[in-house]
Design a protein around this ligand. Structure first.
Ligand code: NAD
Ligand code: LMR
Length: 334
């Protein structure tokens, strides 16, 4: 009998909670949520269990089948047994940035969180596909890949789908066309140097560069590159609705084995690494997703000016890779 896939979400804060809720509403998978207890005055409460129960009751209100459960865990890694049997584990646990911070400012704190979680995934869900969301996501995906020791096809960072959704939003608003008819790709590191690919973006098949002036295109590129910070400045914390939806796009591509080509942060080496000028760390590139994770890495053509942007973006990730390796070595030495 075909069992429903199980998706575990580690970290049920803004991103994790909305991801769990969207996954449940889409009705494709069963969801397990994991998070820390919280102190409420003198009491220690378990919000993750409340959130899971609330989502489960939302499904009943909507007559949607599905199972949503919440598990309280400890920072030291107790309580993760229910990871057992997960087909996909999504990691959103960690700290978001506040206004004035860069994503890289989160690296040291979030790697410590990631280390415990990856050790539990290895222990209880060694065959799972892992989607890393926690920032700085390219470096965290690389750290997760190193700590998990899983095949690189099963360790995937979410960012390009979100960045592409932002780019599509800004294009859609500018030319008043449905985002359904806009094909726009953003690749590279998930930071201020990310690369919206104008040359292959189109609106209903018409090249984007034929529809907007160079000035306007540059304006939309800049707004996309700083899209995360724009929301952090407005909300005081990072975005979570569009990130959750982007995670769901990746999960559905995997569980339905629909061979979507989506921009994801993956470990690059060998021939594809050579093509992209990346050897031995993770950056956002278009990949074909299926039920085993990354099935293929697409070598996307770039104009000379895009290749220059790409190299700057790769450099913005590469310059912190050594720090990641030093943090990993220091922690493994403990
Ligand atoms: N890749 C992307 O495009 C993208 C998009 C949005 C957010 N993010 C990142 O995702 C992360 C989460 O963002 P958020 O807005 O949900 O933050 P949040 O603070 O709302 O949620 C984080 C959750 O992680 C939990 N957590 C912390 N340490 C933990 C541990 N040791 N074990 C289990 N759970 C733990 C917290 O209790 C909290 O509920 C941040 O790093 C943020 O920068 C990335
Ligand atoms: O900007 C952030 O800190 C969160 C995330 O990376 C985003 O782009 O929304």
């Amino acid at each position: 009998m075909k069992m429903r896939k199980v998706v575990s979400v580690v970290g049920a804060g803004n991103v994790g909670e909305h991801t769990a809720s969207l996954l449940a509403i889409r009705g494709l998978v069963d969801v397990r949520m994991f998070d820390l207890p919280k102190r409420d005055g003198e009491r220690l409460i378990e919000p993750v269990k409340g959130k899971a129960l609330d989502i489960q009751q939302m499904l009943s209100a909507l007559n949607i089948d599905g199972r949503v459960e919440g598990y309280t865990v400890s920072p030291e890694g107790d309580g993760y047994e229910a990871l057992e049997g997960s087909d996909i584990v999504i990691i959103t646990a960690g700290f978001p940035r506040r206004p004035g911070m860069s994503r890289e400012d989160l690296l040291d704190k979030n790697i410590g969180v990631l280390q415990v979680i990856t050790s539990k995934i290895k222990q209880y869900a060694k065959d799972a596909i892992v989607i890393v969301v926690t920032n700085p996501v390219d470096l965290m995906t690389y750290a997760a890949y190193r700590m998990l020791g899983f095949p690189k096809e099963r360790v995937i960072g979410m960012a390009g789908v979100l960045d592409s959704a932002r780019f599509k939003t800004f294009i859609s608003r500018e030319i008043k066309v449905s985002p359904q008819d806009i094909h726009a790709y953003v690749i590279g590191g998930h930071g201020d140097e990310m690369v919206p690919l104008i040359s292959i973006s189109n609106v209903g098949g018409i090249p984007l560069k034929d529809m907007l002036s160079k000035e306007k295109l540059n304006e939309l590129i800049k707004r996309t590159q700083f899209g995360g910070g724009e929301i952090v400045d407005l909300m005081g914390t990072s975005a979570y609705h569009a990130p959750a939806a982007s995670i769901v796009e990746m999960v559905e591509a995997i569980v339905t084995d629909n061979k979507r080509i989506l921009p994801c942060s993956v470990y690059l080496e060998g021939e594809t690494g050579e093509y992209y000028g990346v050897e031995g760390f993770c950056v956002g590139v278009p990949v074909k997703l299926g039920n085993c994770g990354v099935e293929d890495i697409i070598k996307i053509p770039m104009l000379p000016e895009e290749r220059e942007m790409w190299q700057r973006s790769v450099e913005s990730v590469r310059r912190n890779v050594k720090t990641v390796e030093e943090l990993l070595n220091a922690r493994s030495a403990v």
